[in-house]
Design a protein around this ligand. Structure first.
Ligand SMILES: [Mn+2]
Length: 245
C-alpha cells in the first residue's frame, strides 16, 4: 500500500505544468550560457578545479547560484570515471573534456553533459564520440516514434554500444526524470518497468568509459509529448563542434 502511494506521487510529480516547465527551461538556458563561457575560459594548463570554480561563479553571475549538483569537470583519462570530482589535473592538448552540470530556477533543475576535445581527437576518441552520439540520437528517434517503455529505450542505446565496445562500458542508466530533484521517476534502465508519461522531462545520457583512456557522455533533456518529444537542450553535439581547436 505504501509503495503504491509512493509510486503514484512520483507519477504525478513527473508530469510538469507549463510553469514548472518554464523553470526547467530557464535553468537549462542559463546552463547553456555558462557552457559557452567556460569553453572560452579553457586553455592549456588550466585545472579541473579552477574550471569548476569558474562554472560556479558563472551561475552566480547569471542569477542561478543554487546548482542542481556539484559540476563535473573531467580532463583526459579522468573522463572514464563517471563519478569524477574535479581535482588539480591540468588540461593538455589531445585531452577529452567532459562537463556535466545544471542549476535550479525556483527549485527546478536542469541537467546537461557535453564532451569536447582539446585539439584534434585521435581515431579512438572519435569512434567513441560518434557511437555515443548515434546511440543518443537512436533513442530520441525511438521516443519520437512513440516508444514509452523505459527498459526498451535503455536497450536501444545499450545494445548498440555493447555491440561496438563490449559489455560494461556503459555502467549507468540511460537517463532519469528531472524536476525539483535531479534524479526523479521515471528511470531509464535495463530492469525498469517504468512507462514515460506525457509531460515528463527526461535526460537521455548514454556514455562509454574506457579505463585509463577516457570516456564520452552526451546528455540532453527532453520533454515527452503525446506522440513525440521536444529536445530542451540547445547545444550542438556534432563532432565538428566538439573539437575546440
Ligand atoms: Mn543526468
Amino acid at each position: 500500500m505504501v509503495n503504491m502511494n509512493t509510486k503514484l506521487i512520483h507519477e504525478v510529480r513527473a508530469v510538469k505544468t507549463q510553469k514548472e516547465l518554464k523553470n526547467i527551461i530557464k535553468a537549462q538556458r542559463i546552463s547553456e550560457k555558462v557552457l559557452k563561457d567556460v569553453l572560452k575560459y579553457l586553455k592549456t594548463g588550466v585545472t579541473e578545479i579552477s574550471t569548476a570554480q569558474f562554472i560556479e561563479n558563472s551561475f552566480i553571475k547569471y542569477g542561478a547560484p543554487v546548482l542542481a549538483f556539484p559540476p563535473i569537470v573531467a580532463f583526459g583519462k579522468n573522463t572514464a570515471n563517471i563519478h569524477h570530482e574535479p581535482n588539480k589535473t591540468k588540461l593538455k592538448i589531445g585531452d577529452t573534456v567532459m562537463f556535466d552540470f545544471g542549476c535550479t530556477i525556483n527549485s527546478y533543475c536542469s541537467d546537461m553533459t557535453r564532451t569536447y576535445f582539446w585539439g584534434k581527437p585521435n581515431k579512438k576518441q572519435e569512434k567513441i564520440y560518434l557511437a555515443v552520439l548515434e546511440a543518443e540520437e537512436k533513442v530520441i528517434e525511438k521516443i519520437k516514434k512513440g516508444e514509452r517503455r523505459a527498459s526498451v529505450l535503455d536497450k536501444v542505446a545499450r545494445d548498440f554500444l555493447n555491440k561496438k565496445f563490449g559489455a560494461k562500458k556503459f555502467p549507468h542508466g540511460l537517463g532519469h526524470g528531472v524536476g525539483t530533484v535531479i534524479h526523479e521517476w521515471p528511470n531509464l534502465k535495463p530492469a525498469s518497468g517504468d512507462i514515460l508519461p506525457e509531460g515528463c522531462v527526461m535526460t537521455i545520457e548514454p556514455g562509454i568509459y574506457l579505463k585509463n583512456f577516457g570516456g564520452v557522455r552526451i546528455e540532453d533533456m527532453v520533454l515527452i509529448t503525446e506522440k513525440s518529444c521536444i529536445n530542451l537542450t540547445n547545444v550542438s553535439k556534432s563532432l565538428k563542434d566538439a573539437i575546440l581547436f
